[in-house]
Design a protein around this ligand. Structure first.
Ligand code: DX5
Ligand code: ZN
Length: 221
């Protein structure tokens, strides 16, 4: 696997009182994607960011805006996130009855589409979605909060999905989200991930540390 490793800092761990500045700083520090965790207090037990904030942040960075929607229902909000400037929209299959239709709708808006698997959701779930996917996100914590511990059992799932993608000749992102740090990044990469989401590990220490934090997450590369 020769895909370059991409780092997607989750702004959930940024200083919300100066979010534009934080997005600029992390972009300048070498972030590849800006990972935006959207939570509704219903599908997950936390409330975060809506399309209005995404729109306000858009002028602050030319990086890929990677919107991870942990909301239910999701379909009524897709257009608003597209208009706000999302580049990728990732959804959870548990968040709606018709995930295939949701992915079709994301593609119809001209965006990249991703599906996110909770720690208890099997990789087999992906079987009939491949033709619609630009990204698969493996959750290595239960969604809802930053700062949780990496769930080791997800390494096997990452390996299995990478194996399947290679077998099918698919060139799509395999993203891992939750508890990723400089300590486990190389193992996550070795398992087959090529996009690492990291909130705590990206934003720790303040803006003078962001470039070093991102470099440490890239593993040996
Ligand atoms: C959890 C979110 C993650 C989280 C990552 O529901 O999807 O993106 O913010 O934060 P850390 O890296 O702190 O685990
Ligand atoms: Zn996320």
């Amino acid at each position: 696997m020769s895909t370059p490793i991409r780092i997607a800092p989750s702004i959930l761990s940024a200083d919300f009182a100066k979010l534009g500045e934080e997005v600029r700083a992390i972009s300048d520090a070498g972030a590849d994607y800006i990972h935006i965790d959207v939570m509704d207090g219903h599908f997950v037990p936390n409330i975060t960011i809506g399309p209005g904030v995404v729109k306000a942040l858009r002028p602050h960075s030319d990086k890929v805006f990677d919107c991870h929607l942990m909301i239910s229902p999701v379909d009524p909000y897709l257009e608003a996130f597209a208009e706000a400037g999302a580049d990728i929209i990732t959804v959870h299959p548990e968040a709606g009855a018709h995930t295939h239709r949701t992915l079709q709708a994301i593609k119809a808006l001209g965006l990249k589409a991703g599906i996110s698997l909770n720690p208890g959701t099997p990789a087999k779930m992906l079987d009939y979605y491949w033709d619609l996917l630009d990204l698969v996100l493996v959750m290595s914590v239960n969604p809802g909060f930053g700062g949780q511990s990496f769930i080791e059992s997800q390494l096997g799932k990452i390996e299995a999905i990478r194996g399947k993608m290679d077998k099918m000749g698919l060139d799509i992102d395999l993203q891992v989200d939750g508890g990723v740090s400089a300590d486990n990044a190389q193992r996550v990469i070795d398992a087959g991930a090529n996009v690492l989401v990291a909130g705590t590990a990206s934003f720790k220490g303040g803006s003078s540390q962001y470039a070093a934090n991102i470099k440490a997450l890239r593993g040996k590369a």
